[in-house]
Design a protein around this ligand. Structure first.
Ligand SMILES: [Zn+2]
Length: 246
């Protein structure tokens, strides 16, 4: 299974950057995890967005920073479907909030499927399972397994003990590091500090920690140092273009 980071910034992308978007490729099939601002442009570096080459899009939750580019990816997929046998694009997402989900359908271009904690399915020999995180909108962490390798992506969440078991022994933990411990404050939006990311990685005994959902300003050095102080394994910052085989 190959992971390619298309974008990793929030709540908005920096110049030439993109919001959360992670391309998983396995056995010739492509699945997109989240589709933030600028992700379609980055996706075009790896595959033709109107080529019908995406098996599915999985959205952790329906905050705009995680799904807004799906609204234009629909147009690319509409072109893919014209005069061909390409099917509507499968999109897996939470049922709520209703108002956000209601903006997704467009001329039967998308085949919307609901995810919850019981969801478990396979796409191109990758199996997907989910865990409801602590966030203001319903949000699901995703565990993806393929041929003995595993990736856990937290989506957005405050610290949640239950993630330790969900992420246990994953080869790669892709986790949102919105804040340093110092600037976390009251945390009304429910995100994790980089220190907590490191603690999660250490307790879950993962192979490698990738910090993502990074602020659009700054170099992330403080986030990296905080996470490295609590996790003894390899820890890196995500960036657009980061790509490796699990
Ligand atoms: Zn977010």
């Amino acid at each position: 299974m190959k992971l390619t980071v298309l974008g990793c910034h929030s709540p908005y992308p920096p110049v030439d950057g993109a919001g959360p978007g992670y391309l998983l490729t396995h056995a010739g099939a492509n699945v997109l995890l989240d589709c933030g601002s600028g992700v379609v442009s980055k996706l075009g570096q790896y595959l033709d967005p109107k080529g019908g080459k995406l098996a599915a899009v999985v959205l952790s939750h329906l905050h705009a920073d995680h799904f807004c580019d799906l609204l234009v990816l629909r147009y690319a997929h509409m072109l893919a479907m014209q005069g061909t046998k390409v099917s509507p694009l499968a999109v897996y997402c939470p049922e709520e909030p209703e108002a956000e989900r209601a903006v997704l359908p467009f001329r039967q271009i998308l085949a919307l499927q609901t995810i919850d904690e019981r969801s478990h399915f396979s796409l191109a020999d990758m199996t997907f399972s989910f865990y409801r995180t602590k966030h203001i909108y319903p949000c699901y962490a995703v565990r993806v397994e393929a041929e003995g390798s595993s990736l856990v992506y937290t989506g957005d969440t405050a610290w949640d003990e239950g993630l330790v078991e969900f992420a246990a022994l994953a080869d790669v933990l892709l986790v949102e590091a919105c804040f340093t411990e110092q600037n976390k404050g009251e945390n009304p939006a429910q995100h994790m500090s980089a220190r907590e990311c490191g603690v999660l990685a250490e307790q879950a005994m993962v192979g490698k920690l990738i910090l993502t959902h990074l602020p659009p300003i700054g170099d992330g050095a403080e986030l990296l140092a905080e996470a490295r102080a609590t996790f003894s394994g390899e820890t890196i910052l995500a960036f657009s273009g980061l790509c490796f085989e699990l």
